[in-house]
Design a protein around this ligand. Structure first.
Ligand code: ES4
Ligand code: ZN
Length: 325
């Protein structure tokens, strides 16, 4: 109770959040109705009941099905605005948000509508509530890489992208597949991150660092299987954006008590705590923090370290970092 109050009141930073993963069943069903799209859920309870996963792929099937109700700019605006409202309630003062343009393009939704809707909500949240944000365009690693350079160029014409990321089904889709577009991103001064070592082996973390030159690893929890890799992450101060509820829901760990966040911190790694896809995994950032601290017996001093790591790992200006510290 006291801990929950402390966590709620602490100003926080979130660095790993898929905006499509904030689509709550209420909004999903109302958008399905708006666009007359059939969903296999008759009501909110049925939707929630379908949110049971065996692994990453079984989650992605449900998540991509949900994205099919996002059709026009105002849908993306409403989705993002609802998440920014949560940020205000949870005292999140800076958030870095992923989006999956290839999925929306595959539904014939123009990139302008996707980015326009997201960005108007982000602008409003900054003006009204002072919440800063960065938008990260994710490439889906289980899709073809050939069209990604053109996609990135289109996004840059629209503007407002802080960096690029890599998400979706990890196994069988090694990072090097996206080397060309990440090289272009670097040459254009964009930030680079990638999901790696979530379900995939430590080798994928090495490869993301070596071939994509990423600045952060999303998840990365399997790094502990490789002491040399841990050494490299320490020396290069590579942050890990860890998502405890996600890891439990996708069976990366059997339960929160078995999560290795405590070991990552004990090893001195720059770990951060994040919600990933909060509408699907049972909680937003504060719930992730409170339950994880509880299950792993982490103290307030650990939480302060996690949040200082997040500020430092963010893509904010140095002056904004100072302001947040
Ligand atoms: C994702 Cl948890 C996770 N992993 C990989 N890709 C994703 N896209 C949305 N959530
Ligand atoms: Zn993720």
């Amino acid at each position: 109770k006291v801990l929950a109050d402390f966590v709620r009141d602490l100003p926080k930073v979130e660095l790993h959040l898929h905006i499509e993963g904030t689509l709550e069943p209420e909004l999903l069903l109302s958008l399905a109705e708006r666009h007359r799209i059939a969903m296999p859920y008759a009501n909110i309870e049925m939707a929630r009941a379908a949110y049971e996963f065996d692994d990453l792929q079984s989650f992605l099937n449900v998540y991509y099905l949900g994205t099919s109700v996002l059709r026009e700019e105002r849908d993306f605006y409403e989705l993002t605005q609802a998440y920014m409202q949560r940020c205000r309630q949870q005292n999140i003062i800076h958030t870095e948000i992923f989006f999956d343009p290839q999925t929306h393009l595959s539904h014939s939704v123009p990139l302008d509508a996707v980015m326009g809707g997201i960005q108007s909500a982000l602008r409003e949240a900054e003006l009204e509530w002072g919440i800063s944000s960065a938008l990260i365009l994710c490439f889906e690693r289980d899709r073809e890489a050939e069209t990604t350079v053109g996609l990135l160029e289109d996004a840059l014409r629209i503007g407002g992208i802080a960096g690029v990321g890599l998400d979706s089904a990890e196994l069988g889709n090694p990072p090097r597949k996206f080397q060309e577009v990440f090289k272009l991103a670097k040459s254009l001064g964009l930030h680079r991150v990638a999901h790696a070592g979530e379900e995939g082996p430590p080798d994928y973390i090495w490869e993301a660092l070596d071939t994509l030159e990423v600045e952060r690893i999303d998840h990365g929890v399997r790094c502990m299987e490789d002491p040399q890799l841990v050494q490299r992450l320490l020396v290069e101060k590579i942050p890990l954006t860890v998502c405890p509820f996600s890891n439990v829901e996708l069976k990366v760990f059997p339960d929160l008590h078995s999560h290795n966040l405590g070991d990552l911190l004990a090893a001195g790694l720059s770990a951060t705590i994040n919600s990933d896809d909060p509408a699907y995994f049972g909680g937003y950032l504060n719930e992730n923090i409170v339950e994880t601290m509880d299950c792993l017996s982490l103290g307030v001093e650990d939480l302060i370290v996690l949040q200082k790591n997040a500020i430092e790992a963010s893509f904010c200006s140095e002056s904004r970092k100072l302001e947040m510290n």
